[in-house]
Design a binder for this molecule. Structure first.
Ligand code: ZN
Length: 476
């Protein structure tokens, strides 16, 4: 019996110590391990498989916008960063620089990319000559490096994986539309693939991307009530096009400066999955991106015919495109239940001699922990239907949890009390930086996103008339 509860006991209590719970879960489910250099992570196969599923789903969506994948170099001449004043100011503290290579000091230091606007801008100025070359839409899947002081796997590491899309357009309107369209794609992806409800909208000037005209974000509420910025889409106006000389000959014959956008999501999304859906038993991974969607656990495996029946079932499900594993190790069924629940597999099938005799199987779903009997003969349809229902239910439950925890406040005390109880707090804002700074100082909460189409009477800080409603939260 001690062995059977081993895993459950090893994870810290999610309600008592959320940070420890998170660390326990990412390490014990073998999503990641720590790298030898402080602040780096090793993404293990189980974690990387989630990332691959995210990539597949994203690539499908990028294609619908005519975005093509490409790859740009890791090393960027330092001088590129100084071309866009806000950009260099924002990124300077985080840039790692190569100064020596091949045993010699380099004539020009090389930045390890923290993001690629500068190098992609430089290349686009070469590739874009006439209006016929527009729009230009590229995306790259790559690693980036931002030197961070405090790090946590998936949430903040000095090196992480992401995709960064970059587009160049002839007009302001087209570039703004692209920025919004990508935000919509991210939102749809977050909700339908990751089962994570997100709030989308514009960031304040203070919180926007260094060098952008406007930054749009999707913010997700984690189990502890903190917000996680899960993806951003930037309208860059002509800032980078001017700095990197992206000009095109218009159809009327005059030289025009282009408009650009950039947008990205990263391996942070895996952190978002963990902290949105996880519970006291460990991970719960939404079926669309789960590395293993269904695990088969034999009951009384030594009895004649059980292993064979499990193998047949596995093949049947696999041929139908379901990602399935048959756990035929010699651990006890109870131990296996704990392990696969901890690993967040959406559906578990239990198959024993009595089930096989009656043509049944037991299905246990990870989201509700409910068990039900299903027909072995219709296993493919049964499992597919169950996976679809788990996916849907995970989104609904996350949305309900979040919606219950969005509250309103009239003043700083109300915002402080709200975020301390793990809420997102909506409050009026006059639009001035001083009031935004004051809220951060006194509550630890930041302006996550504008609540579009909402109005408030007065600013929660200075009591002057409110121009906007802001959603405040503490954040990762
Ligand atoms: Zn104010």
């Amino acid at each position: 019996m001690a062995k059977e509860t081993q895993f459950v006991e090893q994870i810290a209590d999610i309600n008592q110590d959320f940070p420890k719970w998170y660390t326990d879960v990412v390490l014990k489910t073998k999503l990641v391990d720590y790298g030898p250099v402080k602040g780096t992570m090793v993404i293990r196969p189980y974690g990387y498989a989630i990332w691959e599923n995210i990539q597949n789903e994203m690539n499908k969506r990028f294609k619908t916008r005519g975005v093509e994948n490409a790859y740009f170099p890791l090393l960027i001449p330092m001088s590129y960063f100084t071309k866009e004043a806000e950009h260099v100011e924002g990124f300077a503290p985080e840039i790692a620089v190569v100064t020596v290579a091949g045993g010699e000091e380099l004539a020009e230091p090389l930045a390890i990319r923290p993001t690629s606007e500068t190098i992609i801008g430089t290349m686009c100025s070469k590739w874009v000559q006439s209006y016929r070359d527009l729009p230009l839409k590229v995306n790259q899947w790559c690693n980036v490096m931002r030197w961070e002081k405090t790090t946590r796997p998936f949430l903040r590491t000095s090196e992480f994986l992401w995709q960064e899309g970059h587009t160049v357009h002839a007009t302001e309107q087209e570039a703004e539309e692209e920025t919004q369209a990508m935000l919509e794609i991210y939102k749809e992806f977050a909700e339908n693939c990751l089962a994570i409800p997100v709030l989308t909208g514009r960031k304040t000037e203070k919180e926007k991307f260094a060098g952008a005209v406007a930054t749009y974000t999707m913010e997700a509420m984690m189990r502890d009530g903190k917000s996680l910025q899960a993806g951003t889409s930037h309208y860059l106006g002509q800032n980078f096009a001017t700095a990197f000389d992206i000009k095109y000959l218009g159809n009327e014959g005059s030289l025009q400066t282009a408009y650009t956008t950039s947008w990205g999501v990263s391996t942070r999304l895996i952190g978002a999955i963990i902290m949105t859906h996880g519970d006291e038993r460990g991970l719960a991974i939404p079926p669309v991106v789960a590395p293993v969607q269904c695990v088969i656990v034999p009951i009384a495996a030594r009895k004649g015919g059980v292993v064979e029946a499990c193998e047949t079932l596995k093949e049947k499900l696999e041929n139908a495109g379901i990602r399935v594993t048959f756990d035929n190790t010699d651990n006890s069924p109870g131990w296996k239940f704990n392990e696969w629940e901890m690993k967040g597999v959406p559906v578990r099938i239990e198959l024993g001699p009595r089930d096989i005799e009656t043509g049944k199987m037991i299905c246990a779903r990870r989201d509700t922990l409910e068990k039900s009997e299903a027909s072995l003969e219709n296993a493919v349809e049964e499992v597919k239907a169950l996976l679809a229902d788990v996916q849907k239910n995970m989104l609904e439950r996350a949305r309900n949890r979040r919606d219950e925890r969005i509250i309103y406040a009239d003043d700083i005390d109300g915002i402080l009390a709200g975020v301390e109880q793990g809420n997102f707090v909506k409050a009026g804002w006059c639009g001035c930086r001083e009031c935004e700074d004051k809220i951060k100082e006194e509550t630890g909460a930041t302006a996550r996103v504008f609540a579009e189409n909402e109005t408030a009477k007065e600013c929660a800080v200075c009591k002057k008339p409110a121009k906007h409603v802001i959603i405040y939260a503490r954040a990762y």
